[in-house]
Design a protein around this ligand. Sequence first.
Ligand code: ADP
Ligand code: MG
Length: 742
Amino acid sequence: KENNQFKIQQSRMQLPIYGEEQTIMETINEHSVVIICGETGSGKTTQIPQFLYEAGYGNPENNPGIIGITQPRRVAAVSMSKRVAQELSLSEQEVSYQIRYDATTSPKTIIKFMTDGVLLRELANDFLLSKYSIIIIDEAHERNLNTDILIGVVSRVIRLRKELSEEDKLKKIMPLKIIIMSATLRVSDFTENRALFDVPPPVAIHFNKRTPHIDYITEAYKKICKIHTRLPHGGILVFLTGQNEISILCKKLSKKFPKLKNNNNNKEKEEDNLNEDKDMNNYNKDNFEVDKLDMDEDNQEEKEEEEEEKEESDNNFDTDSEEELSSDNEFDEFNEYNREIAPLHVLPLYSLLPTRAQLRVFESPPEGTRLCVIATNVAETSITIPGIKYVIDCGKIKTRKYDINTGIQLFEITWTSKASADQRAGRAGRTSSGHCYRLYSSAIYNDQFIQFSIPEINQIPIEGIILQMKSMNIDNVINFPFPTPPDRNQLRKAEMMLKYLGRIMSTFPIIPRYSKMLIIGQQYDCLPYIIAIVSAISELSEIQNKEIYLKERRKLIKKKFYEVQKKHVGLDPTSDLMKLLNVVGAYEYAGCTEKFCKENFVRIKAMQEIHKLRGQLTNIVNINCPDINICVDPKMKPPSKIQLKALQQIIVAGFIDQVAIRKDLIDNTTTSSTTTTTTTSYTSNNKTRNVAYQTMWSGDDVFIHPSSIISHYEKLPNFVVYQELYKSSNSSSNNCITIAEP
Ligand code: ADP
Ligand code: MG
């Protein structure tokens, strides 16, 4: 153990930040706000909290109040708290973390890592952040909405705490300090701080000569094979855009470079079964994504051919070809390395992966294998995966985009920014020189990559921002010190509109469409059902326990899975939300047990959260409308026929902007409006995914997502209300798919 500590101390001393402790601490002591910029890996996240701890922050005698550090991602909060606890030889309670569903905090906590969402929620209850002596906002360069709001709010908290501490004769209230940490030097004022840090080890950047014809997953796959079979040892980190792409690539790689035989025999067998498991296709998003990629390919190929022509003419005196050559040389140089090919230790990493699975990337790979992490931009800055020497960057990023007119959310895959591509490249130069293979040409990088990613606050509908801030008790949104302020006039207009929509709505900690459903939910005594549905929608993505679901599937007890699914669609076979309501009701009826969750393939944490939210919403309704007097009834009866009808109407009212009509009906109605339209029966199976709907506001062609129960129903309804649109990668195509949740 002592040896271990010695090693840790030695590696601490080698961090660029280590020699700057005195300067940094002096600066922090003299100022209430300090901005620290340094390359990823220079030691900001792990060392600054320790400097503070050693300087007496968090010490009840000296400087009481927890040292709080926010992270945009759960996995970073957990792994960083563990690392710092280890470096300081303190317990998990003293250096703790708090994420949405999990915490190690205790009264002994001195340093606390948390997601920014956690701190925002704390702010709603304790605007003075009285528990804390100092707040570190990490990864500020990412410009998440949460981080931006946090910086704005905390700047006010500082003022308040300062005033109160000056008034406080007993010296119980201390001023709050804040440190903002950033990996990129977005603001030119910070530039001089760069001198704080050493130059990181060099990373050779290899651009593709051409941006690949085929999809970048295949391109990444080829590159991994090349590196693994020809280049010296060293971990590989691949950046893709999302969970489905990652799963596809992981499967492909595990097949090509199987894991060590003895301990993984079973797994392989299971995998085979998995492939034979045809009729699960409808339930399986991954398979669906493959189809979607196929669908896109034609389109994409055309586009890329154009691009390429342009590139080639652009690149007459290009540096690309040299770079590409040099990279090929490099591959050749180590050809003699081509001994027996080692197994590849392939690990996925994305934020929806259970935290425990995410943490596996920090473990050293089994002896004799090479680590290969396939990640989203989770791995871009906040965490450091040990041993990475090669980075492969597809150059893309999946972002949530909003249609300005309808407010509809879309996921779009676009080129990332130069800053983010450079961050990704930097992940290769951690311990020694590294290599970054970019799956796109330097022409694309230069011409099509924006300098920095656009702050989230400038991308999302303004009403949402205002409501979120109001619910945090920030009254004056117009004058709020946003790091990048939205247009004042628009803010003003949106605020007026929202006021008009009613004060009661803002008392619910949920977005307006759900508040609206609650407000009109009292008809036919539907309110308890609406509360249950609304509580569940917000947890929708978390509910289904895919882990168990996959495992069970492998055990080939899918029949049971189907039975469970069927049981829950009893209320209304065309509504995902009624199924959800049934699950919530049944869970409560069964006494909220773990057993229920296991048997019904749902995640207990999500169910507990729903239970909590139900209670909360019920209380708010009771406080605002004392004459209603409802409760969370564990023996809630299923809704009656008339209530079902009312529920449908209430749901439509909440999603009035997200209705789609079956496309064939549009043509029918124009020919004859008098004849009754015969309901065309489409058989389900594969055909349903070919039946187009048209969204009412934007007129896009969309299709039912196979995860919706509608896709299993014999007849496709004339109208659907949907919760989410997934847009396929290129914005030019019309291949939208709906999850027809309600
Ligand atoms: P920054 O926040 O500036 O990006 P970090 O403080 O996260 O830097 O990391 C500093 C260094 O600490 C990394 O370069 C890495 O070598 C080391 N480190 C961080 N976490 C771990 C860990 N879990 N195990 C081993 N080393 C780690
Ligand atoms: Mg960091």
